[in-house]
Ligand binder design. Structure first.
Ligand SMILES: [Zn+2]
Length: 132
C-alpha cells in the first residue's frame, strides 16, 4: 500500500477510496480474484461501489503497474512491480510472482516500461497429488 500511496502523491494521481480498497483486496489474496470477487470484498470493506466503479479502480491500478490481469483466468492479482513473471498452478490456483527479464537481444535496442509473462503448470503439492 505504501508504494501505491507514494506513487499517487509523486505523480499527482488521486488515490480514491475505491482504488485503495481494490488494491488492498488484491494484496490480501494469494489467488487471483475475478472482478466480481473483488467487488464483493470491496463492499464488505465499506465501499458501496457499483461494478463500473470497481472496473475503473482496476483499470487505474493496471495502467500504473500495481495490478495485473491474468488473461487466461480472467482474474486479477496485485503486481509487486513492473516486469513480473506470474507462475500459476492450474489445479489449486495459487500464483507466485518473480522478477522477469526481457530476453537477451531485445534489451539493447528496446526499452520496455511494462512486461508480464504467465507460466502455467502444477505446483509441487498438486503435481505429487496428481501422480499418486
Ligand atoms: Zn497447486
Amino acid at each position: 500500500m505504501h508504494r501505491l500511496v507514494k506513487y499517487c502523491s509523486d505523480n499527482g494521481e488521486r488515490l480514491t477510496q475505491n482504488r485503495k480498497a481494490a488494491f488492498a483486496v488484491l494484496k490480501g489474496s494469494r489467488k487471483p480474484l475475478t472482478a466480481y470477487n473483488i467487488l464483493t470484498r470491496m463492499q464488505a470493506m465499506g465501499c458501496n461501489g457499483q461494478p463500473p466503479t470497481a472496473y475503473r479502480a482496476l483499470e487505474f491500478l493496471i495502467l500504473h503497474g500495481f495490478v495485473h490481469r491474468i488473461e487466461s483466468l480472467n482474474a486479477y492479482v496485485a503486481a509487486e512491480g513492473k516486469g513480473r513473471q506470474f507462475v500459476i498452478c492450474d489445479k489449486c490456483g495459487t500464483v507466485w510472482q518473480r522478477q522477469s527479464h526481457v530476453s537477451h537481444g531485445i534489451e539493447d535496442t528496446f526499452y520496455p516500461s511494462t512486461y508480464y509473462s504467465e507460466v502455467h503448470g502444477l505446483c509441487q503439492p498438486c503435481y505429487m497429488e496428481n501422480r499418486a
